[in-house]
Design a binder for this molecule. Structure first.
Ligand code: ASP
Length: 452
């Protein structure tokens, strides 16, 4: 692949008025949080509603007009996710060229995903069993929240009812109609496996190109063009990143404020502690052991991707930034970055897996359901698998959480208890998801021969 995709996006995303982009995104996020909290305190008349409800009309109006800025930023990124996934993955296969090398890289990616997700869920499960956050939520508050969130929770339960068996999930990896899968990949309305099926199509497409290279020169050029154009559009979107990400977090904090956080403080604290331990602990150890990369340097070089992940709550929307960071800052080879990050944005979600373990055991404690050791083990396994199957979009894991809950006898409607804080925790777990993809890419690159 050519370097054009990088050159075109480069000047649009690095500096403007002399300040690095990640600093401007950080300023945007901090301003969003601070202004959101001030607006929330002012807009709830100083009497924060425990349910995060009842904003003053003026605050409703502000949220109404601030929200579109965030949404437009998010959509500019989503707009090119599909062309980017398709072109990056098929080009990566073409660049790797050799099926055995591809298989080796795929297996390594899978192995790291298994290790990182497994250790993530274990951290979460140990913390919930030690801190026991579910025992500190009074029963009357629990019932009030469940009643308030009933309608939304029923929607998730209905989505969970559509969850497929492992057999059908495997069959659906191969799309019958790739275009239909593409249409539904980001909003969950696909008939098959959505983004996973699109990725299988791109892999097959790339493999077929390597089998008939002499006939495909034009097609490869076309894919390179598509890839470069997608990265350029992302470059445009990134100009909006400080404002877009700031507006997204403003809306969340203006609506939520502190009140609901205080109500669910033990749960939020447990989840955030687990995510932080995994992000800074597990990832540092894995980096040192398998890539010899200094963790501090890694976190410094990947901060732009982590800030975008925090602002957007979406691994898919952050994929272009993650690819850019991998190529420009971590200086990893194209073929590894394109392959591992594209697969990882959907397939490797350690933060989500950790969160799923925490939330299911927390809700079991809240609902008074005693889980046996075997059931907790089942939660761990299902959370690891659910992390693989979760769409990289805001709230993508909620339907799968209901599936895991129901499998161990917790009523699905109880998910409503955590809705109020989900967006905030979604921002945090998405950071861990995206950082995990970059950790795996760094480790896989370290074990690949340094050609190309
Ligand atoms: N928002 C997460 C992501 O995109 C998915 C989830 O946990 O809901 O990575």
């Amino acid at each position: 692949m050519t370097d054009s995709s990088l050159e075109t996006s480069d000047d649009a995303t690095t500096t403007e008025r002399g300040m690095p982009l990640h600093t401007r995104i950080l300023i945007g996020l901090v301003m969003g949080v601070v202004l959101g909290l001030i607006a929330n305190i002012a807009g709830t008349g100083g009497k924060p509603d425990a349910n995060g409800n009842g904003l003053a009309d003026w605050l409703d109006a502000i949220v109404y007009w601030v929200e579109p800025v965030g949404k437009i930023f998010l959509r500019l990124m989503f707009m090119v996710v599909l062309p980017l996934v398709f072109s990056a993955l098929s080009l990566a296969v073409v660049e790797i060229g050799d099926v055995s090398k591809l298989g080796r890289m795929g297996l390594r990616t899978l192995l790291y995903t298994g290790i990182l997700s497994g250790s993530a869920v274990l951290i979460g499960v140990v913390l919930v069993n030690t801190i026991r956050p579910g025992t500190s939520l009074p029963g009357d508050i629990r019932d009030r929240i469940i009643a308030k969130e009933q309608a939304a929770a029923e929607g998730k339960v209905a989505q969970a009812a559509k969850a497929k068996s492992i057999r059908d999930t495997l069959i659906d990896l191969i799309p019958e109609n790739p275009l239909q899968e593409m249409v539904g990949a980001l909003d969950g309305s696909s008939k098959g496996n959505g983004m996973l099926a699109v990725m299988c199509f791109a892999l097959a497409f790339g493999l077929a190109i390597t089998a008939t290279p002499e006939k495909c020169a034009v097609l490869i050029g076309w894919l390179e063009g598509l890839n470069a154009v997608s990265m350029t559009v992302i470059g445009f979107a990134m100009r909006l990143a400080p404002y877009g990400a700031g507006c997204l977090v403003f809306v969340v904090t203006a609506q939520l404020g502190f009140s609901i956080l205080v109500t669910l403080a033990w749960f939020v604290g447990t989840a955030v502690l687990g995510l932080a331990l995994h992000l800074f602990g597990t990832y540092s150890i894995v980096l040192l052991l398998f890539s010899r990369k200094r963790p501090l340097e890694f976190f410094r070089q990947t901060r732009e991707a982590m800030l975008v992940a925090f602002g957007t709550s979406s691994s898919s929307a952050t994929l272009p930034t993650a690819i850019k960071v991998a190529l420009e800052d971590l200086k990893l080879p194209h073929r590894v970055a394109n392959f591992v990050l594209t697969v990882g944005a959907t397939g490797n979600q350690n933060g989500t897996a950790l969160f799923e373990g925490v939330v299911v055991l927390f809700l079991a404690q809240v609902m008074g359901v005693e889980l046996t050791f075997a059931q907790q083990f089942q939660v761990v396994l299902m959370s690891v698998l659910a992390g693989v199957g979760t769409a990289g979009v805001p709230g993508g894991s909620l339907p799968l959480i209901v599936v895991v809950m129901q499998s161990v006898g917790i009523p699905g409607e109880a998910i409503g208890i955590v809705f109020g804080v989900d967006r905030l925790l979604d921002m945090c777990r998405t950071v861990v998801n995206v950082a995990g993809d970059l950790v795996i890419t760094t480790c896989v690159a370290a074990s690949e021969p340094a050609e190309g």
